[in-house]
Design a protein around this ligand. Structure first.
Ligand code: PGA
Ligand code: ZN
Length: 426
């Protein structure tokens, strides 16, 4: 029986309001804080904001906070529950809308995360060992560091949103994090030497005035070498999240460094990039509603690299299952606030496993110092986590949590889990 639930309005890493939610049970309590995206998929659960132009330009969350402190508190504390799935289902029913817009997905996900923490604490187990899926074995994930930011996260001339480095061949997560930080430092030096800005984007990566994605890849490759690491699957590999929904026009063409591409042109540009650079994974290579483009991309590259669906799948089991039927992608990005509860997030991961789809756990561009997703990645054993650059508090909170888990549980393996796409190293 829970004895208390309260929320308050706090700030996220972009200085926009979000929720902090605390659940209590006698003298025990657990808190979760809620992230927020900028390049969101159209079918994401609805983030409730006040729309009062007099506060935070309309972005306040006092309405969502109020609902936690009244309706959701009443619901949670009224009776005893059999588990988190029970509570999540009751919140969804109480909301009563398809997109969680009445209560607000930001309110619901905060409660769901806080309750998960509380239940792990009550069971006296670390959160990662409490968060698990059918057949999954805990493992430390390969961190994917977003070191160059563009698109909706940087407002430079670079249309691709994320250029990530993935230390696939590191022996331990600590070595992987060290590699990420060293390459990040080398990249900073390289950019400064070439007269570029070393200012940062929303996810802590550098945001130089580049336009061609190939130029960004070239810099990244150079930084990996400067830091003394081999570039490739047997060293540090590169991952991309172009977030293509953001640069597709109403006429269905894609605009990349001011060049207009059909879907097929864009697919061929990716094919060339995969030939020229050690790219192991591409997320949202095509726009969320470009089904034909997604199928073409998957046919061209789906047996060679990982193709991750984010805006199109929005962490929704049914959408991932449909994607598998249509041969779209071979992996899914997993974001708690995209679907809205911890239970449904675990269901989405299970569906991926059933269909042989890989899973990458992800932060949002608007983050807090909450480190829930590090435990989630370890617990479900998916082998992949992206949480931004190896810098800035709200990003390193997740990587630091991985280091703590590794120190506490040295028996945990590190690395990419078995997925539909097999990484051929060497
Ligand atoms: P978002 O970006 O959090 O701004 O949606 C992350 C992503 O597209 O993966
Ligand atoms: Zn994405």
């Amino acid at each position: 029986q829970f004895t208390g639930l309260r929320a308050c309005e706090i700030l996220d890493s972009r200085g926009r309001p979000t929720l902090s939610v605390t659940v209590s049970h006698g003298s025990r309590s657990a808190t979760a804080t809620v992230p927020s995206g900028a390049s969101t998929g159209r079918s994401e659960a609805h983030e409730r904001r006040d729309a009062d132009p007099a506060r935070y330009g309309g972005a306040g969350v006092l309405g969502a906070v109020d609902t936690v402190n009244s309706e959701l508190r009443q619901l949670l504390c009224a009776r005893s529950w059999t588990g988190l799935a029970d509570i999540d289902a009751a919140m969804i029913e109480l909301d009563g809308t398809e997109d969680r817009s009445r209560i607000g997905a930001n309110a619901i996900v905060g409660v769901s995360m806080a309750v998960a923490r509380m239940l792990a604490d009550a069971g006296e187990v670390p959160l990662w060992s409490w968060l698990h899926v059918q057949g999954g074995r805990p493992r430390l994930p390969v961190p994917h560091f977003n070191v160059l930011n563009g698109g909706a996260h940087a407002h430079t001339g670079l249309d691709f949103q994320e250029f990530l480095i993935a230390p696939l061949a590191a022996a331990t997560v600590a070595e992987a994090i060290r590699a990420g930080a060293e390459v990040y430092a080398a990249l900073r030096t390289l950019l400064a030497d070439r007269g570029h800005s070393v200012g940062l984007g929303d996810e802590g990566g550098f945001a130089p005035e580049l336009t061609r994605p190939e130029d960004a890849l070239q810099l990244l490759l150079r930084a990996i070498e400067d830091a003394g690491y081999p570039a490739g699957l047997d060293g540090i590999a590169i991952a991309l999240d172009p977030a293509a929904s953001q640069f597709r026009g109403p006429d269905g063409t894609y605009l990349v460094n001011e060049h207009r591409h059909s879907s097929s042109d864009l697919v061929q540009r990716y094919v060339q990039m995969v030939r020229d650079f050690p790219i192991w994974s591409i997320e949202d290579g095509m726009a969320e509603d470009d089904l034909a483009g997604w199928r073409e991309l998957t046919a061209e590259l789906g047996d060679r690299i990982q193709l991750v669906g984010d805006d199109n799948f929005v962490t929704t089991a049914a959408r991932i299952a449909r994607g598998a039927k249509l041969a779209v992608a071979n992996a899914a990005l997993i974001k708690l606030n995209q679907i809205g509860t911890v239970t449904e997030t675990l269901e989405a991961i299970e569906i991926c496993r059933e269909h042989g789809y890989g899973q990458m756990i992800s932060h949002r561009s608007g983050e807090t110092t909450d480190d829930f997703i590090a435990d989630l990645a370890v617990g479900v054993g998916c082998g992949q986590l992206k949480a931004g650059a190896p810098a800035r508090g709200e990003r390193v909170a997740k990587y630091n949590r991985l280091l703590q888990i590794a120190a506490d549980a040295p028996e945990l393996p590190y690395g990419i889990a078995e997925t539909a796409f097999t990484v051929h190293t060497g």
